[in-house]
Design a protein around this ligand. Structure first.
Ligand code: B12
Length: 448
């Protein structure tokens, strides 16, 4: 048994994609794990391949007023598995994030860790995860590497075979972290938050970052809905919430200690049951005159946007509102009966009456679903625009373990089960004809 605390390195891997931008994208799960480790006296290091503020960067860092901004980019060869579908040339396949040499130097300058924890986000970023792990293995041969997160959970068999990690862990870390650390380092973690009480989790260790342009905030885990295209209920089978007071304390913590002004809510269901959760939180933020900016990139449930909800969000400082509309073909009901036409109209009216401007309001419209009639998307864009809301196309990515996966596999132009990179939404895997692909390019122009 080991009593001196081990050194654990937490790593946010590179993103390989055709396009990427930091629109409030931080590895919140990894920061949560790091916070739990710190609470247990573990020595935690953090290497962020997606660090926009890397000290070796020589050109000016662009930070927009809302905290977002571009990543550094390096053109890389297309993964072999994509070549038959795109050809070798003329395709901008890119490694986003800090340059490889910078990360290699950072790792080489570091004390050898006892264990390395790598997180993962989008399934189709699998090659970025593998490249990161290959570098970790080169610099720290023999140190065990554990991979967890969304790709590891949704594509565990693939991750076991191709990521290069010694351990691939599915689902939330909290129930398995103590065992993993014990097995790999011999050290016992005595303080693991009970799964029944999210308030018992320490605040995510966002302060491990070089700079905090914004803070991601999660008031709940999971979602009470089960939409066909979404993996949320597989990733987090139980909908759990933090108390408004606990969330408020966290917002105040990042603001007063680290001068964070912009906060991005990561919730799948921020406004569900608002009287008990969102309203008390927003009222408190208003009462304390916090003067902060809030953003909801992960979309709000339209049904819940009453006049009171809209008013409180406006007064609390919400600046970016995204609505989870999906389609305005309200008769189709294919995704979930989450919203009716009159509910959408009322929500928009409430938001405009509260004071939100058109450019603050965006409605996500799903595009590229298996068998989708693109007339439906065009009609939705028109209707959303007429209501004074900005249409935002959300290109469909097929996700294993969702109800729509089987349909996606059947409808895809190629075998999307062969490699997660083939599910990248930039490829529109479920759009079958050249005509429809051309039509999507037109629709993209319509929303610009
Ligand atoms: C917040 C969020 C976003 C944010 C940013 C996320 C980010 N960090 O980059 C925003 C709103 C920007 C976003 C955007 C998109 N998202 Co999103 N997003 C989420 C969401 C709701 C929550 C993720 C999260 O932070 N969870 C909270 C933390 C605490 O959990 P966690 O990271 O999973 O970590 C836990 C475990 O995984 C585990 N763990 C994590 N790392 C490790 C490491 C080790 C070693 C171990 C042991 C364990 C472990 O323990 C952690 C603590 O319990 C998920 C759905 C969900 N409920 O998970 C979708 C989800 C990840 N998004 C999804 C999609 C489709 C998208 C978009 C493509 C949507 C679109 N069509 O435009 C875009 C594109 C993103 C991009 N290109 O950058 C899909 C994933 C698709 C895929 N193929 O992988 C999901 C699953 C939702 C869905 N539709 O099913 N998203």
């Amino acid at each position: 048994m080991r009593t001196d605390p081990p050194h654990i390195l937490c790593v946010n891997p590179w993103v390989h994609d055709f396009a990427a931008f930091d629109f409030w994208a931080r590895p919140l799960g990894l920061f949560t794990i790091a916070a739990i480790l710190r609470r247990n006296r573990v020595r935690v290091s953090f290497v962020d391949c997606m660090n926009r503020f890397h000290p070796r960067k020589t050109n000016r860092v662009k930070v927009y007023w809302d905290g977002r901004g571009p990543f550094e980019k390096t053109r890389i060869p297309l993964p072999e598995v994509l070549e038959p579908h795109l050809g070798k040339d003329g395709v901008n396949f890119t490694r986003y994030g800090a340059l490889k040499g910078w990360i290699e130097q950072d790792l080489s300058a570091m004390d050898r860790p006892d264990l390395i924890l790598v997180t993962s986000l989008m399934t189709y970023w699998a090659t970025g995860v593998a490249e990161t792990i290959a570098l970790l293995k080169k610099v720290f041969p023999g140190v065990p590497v554990a991979l967890g997160g969304i790709y590891a959970t949704l594509c565990d068999a693939h991750a076991r075979q191709y990521s290069g990690a010694d351990h691939v862990i599915t689902g939330p870390a909290e129930p398995v972290l103590a065992d993993l650390v014990k097995t790999c380092t011999g050290f016992t973690l005595n303080h693991i938050p009970a799964p029944t009480d999210l308030d018992a989790e320490p605040f995510a260790a966002l302060d491990l970052q070089e700079s905090m342009a914004y803070a991601p905030i999660l008031t709940s885990r999971g979602c009470p809905f089960s939409c066909e295209y979404c993996a949320s209920s597989f990733l987090e089978p139980r909908f759990r919430r933090r108390s408004p007071d606990n969330v408020f304390q966290e917002i105040r913590h990042w603001h007063t200690r680290f001068q964070v002004k912009n906060f991005a809510f990561y919730d799948d269901a921020l406004l569900i049951n608002p009287e008990k959760n969102a309203f008390p939180l927003l009222e408190r933020i208003i009462d304390e005159k916090m003067d902060l900016f809030f953003h909801t990139p992960n979309a709000l449930h339209i049904k819940e946007i009453s006049a009171k909800a809209a008013d409180l969000m406006f007064k609390a400082g919400f600046k970016t509102i995204r609505l989870g509309l999906e389609t305005t073909d309200f008769s189709s009901h294919r995704h979930d009966i989450k919203v009716r036409q009159d509910e959408f109209f009322t929500a928009v009216e409430n938001l405009r009456a509260a004071g939100f401007a058109k450019d603050q309001l965006g409605a996500y419209l799903l595009c590229g679903l298996p068998g989708q009639d693109l007339d439906e998307v065009e009609a939705s864009i028109g209707l959303v625009k007429r209501l004074g809301v900005t249409p935002v196309l959300a290109y469909y990515t097929p996700i294993p373990h969702t109800a729509m996966w089987a349909d996606a596999v059947k409808n895809a132009r190629f075998d999307i089960t062969a490699h997660p990179a083939l599910t990248n939404n930039s490829l529109f895997p479920c759009v079958r004809s050249q005509q429809d692909l051309a039509r999507i390019s037109q629709l993209k122009k319509m929303v610009k």
